[in-house]
Ligand binder design. Structure first.
Ligand SMILES: [Fe+2]
Length: 596
């Protein structure tokens, strides 16, 4: 049973699931080159059908999620287009009049510079006004059926949070092995921002709680903007900043958060009802230091999540937990959650935000239709390397088109690359293997370097990533060196850089560039040989030369851009950055003239 999963909102994506197994999954931003791409993932769908040599007639079901998306976001492509100043404008000119003064202004008038009605792909006749979710849904459905030439009777639609939960469940290594407790929490989707579900050993998912007040994500989003960063994007920077302050200096800010939101059993509640979040916190936090605000926000986030999860574990006696949804990207909160006595194991899937609900919806459609179609669902051995790939032939064909005065290339191997890394060179790695799914690069589309070199951070920040000075980088650590570098008492398998860990003394010597500069934690990727043998072997060669069983790993992109997808993207990234070396397929490409 072939199911095409589609998510056409924020971080649009498409996936192909066959009998419960993810065959391909692609974030639209990789192909459109527009980070957080909003809207119909046409390029991803085309790519998937093309790679799998399928026509839409051969697709049994299309699975989608989230009926309630307003036309104003489709029209403006808000999440992919808006700058920080646009988000401030949105607060001042749209949300303030609406939520504080009760006056409705026209969103599509305020942001008309982003709207092109001529190229808008949806039928405007079906949409009554900029807030008409229902009309937008009819237009989305019509557009999809027309573009794919697909019968709407074969379209399955699922709730936003049920899709988050299903993704967390079907990609967990404990799938059907143990009962699991699944939490979803995000900024909001289908009028909900958190759920708790029990997944029994036979695969049945039963929701036991649903909240619309679990506004941790929304509060985080407001503070991100108040601190001058991009909401629904740069929350991780606020989290990175938090580690630089302490409770003592952050009391005032902490009190503000503490007196706002609280946990109430499996639900959340407000101390006093709020009209809005942004202006509420702006008034109360004005004049306080940026890092004390970040600290206080992170502290309350950890406290609320831990209490909420503790309550659910105590009620159900299930200690193996999964968290999905945007808030699951808070690696520091995840560390606190994993450290609780109540928790046995914690799984955070790769890309737990909205980019993965196309996979969750596809799994729910599989469950719904499996018995009818007499299909047995395969145990989903989820492989995060489920994107596009390029063979050496394809890569060589492209490399031969490059200007020989600017680029040289030759065959290479892991031994030679490890030698260059040991000499302090920074190298972009574009492997022959499939591209990884989600926002974290897991070696196949990564920039790698010697993690023991402090100069590397400077080089990466200035010439490649144009990244914020306070943000840490992360390491890829060989599975066999895990205990040497990280304190992971529960032996929790952490393959996707989703949980931070305290580090050891040896880590301080071997991988200082892969630790948070202040609190020395690390959101490491543990590289298992069976998952990515070629990347494992490269780190092993580096270990043979240096004794260090890890590499610094940051995503292969310029800051603010999507991770590279194709050889062409890879070369362009080198051209527009200070990077000189690219290990692509079996070739080492060298930029012989400085870029730009
Ligand atoms: Fe979500």
């Amino acid at each position: 049973m072939k199911i095409l999963g589609i998510h056409d909102g924020h971080n649009a994506s498409a996936s192909l699931m066959v009998d419960g197994k993810v065959i391909l999954a692609l974030g639209e931003e990789r192909l459109s080159r527009n980070k957080h791409q909003y809207g119909f993932p046409q390029r991803s769908i085309n790519k998937i059908l093309n790679i799998c040599n399928l026509s839409t007639k051969e697709i049994d079901k299309v699975a989608m999620s989230t009926k309630t998306l307003p036309p104003r976001y489709f029209l403006t492509q808000r999440n992919s287009n808006f700058s920080v100043s646009d988000y401030w404008k949105e607060q001042n000119e749209y949300w303030y009049p609406l939520l504080i003064k009760g006056e409705k202004t026209k969103y599509t008038e305020i942001f008309k510079k982003y709207i092109n009605y001529e190229t808008f792909p949806y039928d405007l006749k079906l949409i009554k006004n900029e807030d008409d979710d229902e009309g937008m849904w009819r237009a989305r459905k019509k557009h999809l059926c027309e573009v794919l030439n697909f019968d709407s009777n074969n379209l399955d639609v699922f709730d936003h949070h049920k899709s988050h939960a299903a993704y967390g469940y079907c990609t967990s290594s404990l799938y059907k092995k143990k009962p699991l407790l699944i939490f979803t929490i995000d900024g909001g989707g289908d009028n909900t921002n958190a759920t708790i579900s029990i997944c029994s050993e036979n695969g049945e998912i039963t929701e036991i709680s649903r909240s619309s007040n679990a506004n941790i994500g929304r509060i985080y989003r407001s503070i991100t903007l108040l601190l001058g960063m991009r909401p629904s994007d740069h929350e991780f920077k606020v989290m990175g900043l938090a580690a630089y302050n302490t409770q003592g200096y952050s009391q005032e800010a902490y009190k503000v958060f503490k007196n706002t939101l609280k946990v109430d059993g499996l639900q959340f509640a407000y101390h006093t009802p709020l009209k809005d979040h942004f202006f509420y916190f702006k008034d109360r936090l004005e004049g306080q230091r940026f890092d004390s605000i970040a600290f206080a926000l992170q502290k309350i986030t950890e406290e609320l999540l831990c209490e909420w999860i503790k309550n659910a574990v105590n009620k159900t006696s299930i200690k193996d937990i999964v968290i999905s949804g945007g808030v699951a990207q808070n690696i520091k909160a995840n560390q606190q959650i994993l450290s609780m006595n109540e928790v046995n194991s914690l799984y955070i899937p790769p890309g737990p935000g909205d980019e993965s609900i196309s996979i969750g919806a596809a799994y729910l459609s599989t469950l719904k239709n499996a018995s009818k179609e007499k299909v047995s669902i395969k145990i989903p051995q989820f492989d995060p390397y489920c994107g596009t790939s390029y063979s050496d032939n394809e890569i060589e064909l492209y490399l031969k088109t490059l200007d020989k005065d600017k680029w040289s290339f030759k065959y290479s191997n892991n031994k030679e690359i490890a030698l260059l890394l040991s000499k302090g060179k920074v190298i972009a790695r574009f492997s022959n293997g499939k591209m990884e799914f989600g926002a974290r690069a897991l070696g196949n589309r990564s920039i790698i370097a010697d993690p023991s070199s402090a100069d590397v951070i400077h080089y990466l920040n200035k010439l490649v990533k144009m990244r914020d000075f306070w943000m840490p980088f992360a390491p890829s650590i060989l599975e066999e060196r895990l205990c040497d570098y990280l304190i992971d008492k529960k032996k929790n398998i952490s393959k996707y850089m989703a949980i931070s860990f305290n580090s050891t003394e040896i880590a301080n010597k071997h991988l200082p560039a892969g630790l948070h500069p202040f609190d020395k934690t690390s959101r490491a990727q543990i590289v298992y040989k069976k998952d990515n043998p070629d990347y494992h072997s490269l780190i092993k060669e580096f270990e043979n030369l240096t004794g260090i069983g890890a590499l610094l790993n940051t995503s292969f992109n310029i800051h603010g851009e999507a991770i590279v997808e194709s050889p062409k993207d890879a070369i362009q990234t080198l051209q527009n950055s200070g990077l000189k070396y690219l290990y692509i397929g079996s070739y080492l490409v060298t930029k012989t003239i400085e870029g730009n």
